[in-house]
Design a protein around this ligand. Structure first.
Ligand code: NAD
Ligand code: 0WE
Length: 264
């Protein structure tokens, strides 16, 4: 029996087989967790149906949810509440800024609108989903998990306003954890190393970033969505009952290096 047997999870953020959310779903299913999914729009619906089928999940528990819409967020939990009497786990694996924000220098690229969209979709959406999920999650050893990136702490070229949004997201994790702990809800984040997903497609210099990680991380390689999924399963299971408000790096150690070796 898996270490998540009897748990019920809602996963937000599957867009393809390469999504970090897909790696999380695979680990959860393997450990005996039941999973409901959302998808951003009809364009992605088919992918999520296929994943739910492949993982042997109930294909009635798939809901559209653009996280910029309070109405769509409310509708997800109204619908989920018709089948499940509670929710143990909420996965938030969503990030977005308008493409032109992720190119060139920060000062030139940043705009009021780009800043607002990045923070709305990448940070506020965690608070919005948590707010809507609390009635189904309180009083049952529940856990919320989001995905962040090192650029929340240190300036990474081209990541620009997304770095600010990730800093806000990490603060959101701490404020939610402080507030929801008394209701039995833990809130954490995984800070993943760079992985080639849809969100990384077409980012200028991304291949070079992966190459850099292969040379400079302690493990001399990048990480996989499977490795992120396994840590997500641990953090959302009762094995991690003493951990909340924490940012856990799954990056082959890259973030600990002050003087990374660049030529071996
Ligand atoms: P991905 O493209 O597979 O996933 C991003 C998801 O965000 C997609 O499912 C997309 O549908 C969703 N999304 C975007 N705007 C949305 C909206 N308005 N409403 C609902 N959903 C929306 O890419 P990924 O790399 O798996 O990204 C998942 C998370 O992991 C993001 O928060 C990302 O910042 C984070 N992350 C990624 C990496 C990496 O290198 N790939 C590293 C660290 C953290
Ligand atoms: O969080 C991310 C990706 C975030 C992202 C990606 C896109 C591409 C498509 C947010 N918004 C958009 N908008 C789009 O239109 N990562 C951690 C992956 C990533 O993205 C980078 C990186 C890394 C790493 C962008 C620049 C530099 C490094």
């Amino acid at each position: 029996m898996g270490f998540m047997a009897g748990k019920k999870a809602l996963i937000v953020g599957v867009a393809s087989d390469r999504s970090i959310a897909t790696g999380i779903a695979e680990a959860f299913a393997r450990e005996g967790c039941e999973i409901a999914f959302t998808y951003q729009n009809e364009r992605l619906q088919g992918r999520v149906i296929k994943l739910a089928e492949r993982l042997g999940q109930n294909t009635d528990l798939l809901f559209p949810c653009d996280v910029s819409s309070d109405a769509e967020i409310d509708a997800v939990f109204a619908a989920l509440g018709k089948t499940w009497d509670g929710l143990d786990i909420l996965i938030h694996s969503v990030g977005f800024a308008p493409r032109e924000q992720l190119e060139g220098g920060f000062t030139d690229a940043v705009t009021r609108e780009g800043f607002a969209i990045a923070h709305d979709i990448s940070s506020y959406s965690l608070a919005a989903l948590a707010k809507a999920a609390v009635p189904m999650m309180e009083g049952r050893k529940a856990a919320i998990l989001t995905m962040t990136y090192y650029a929340a702490e240190k300036a990474v070229p081209n990541y620009n306003v997304m770095g600010l949004a990730k800093a806000s997201l990490e603060a959101c994790v701490r404020f939610l954890a402080a507030d929801l702990g008394a209701k039995g809800i833990r809130v954490n984040a995984i800070s993943a190393g760079a992985i080639k997903t849809l969100a990384a497609a077409g980012i200028s210099g991304f291949r070079e970033m992966l190459k850099h990680a292969e040379k400079s991380s302690p493990l001399r390689r990048t990480v996989t969505t499977e490795e992120v999924g396994n840590v997500a399963a641990f953090l959302c299971s009762d094995l991690a009952s003493g951990i909340t408000g924490e940012i856990t790096f799954v990056d082959a150690g890259a973030n600990i290096m002050a003087m990374p070796p660049l030529d071996d």
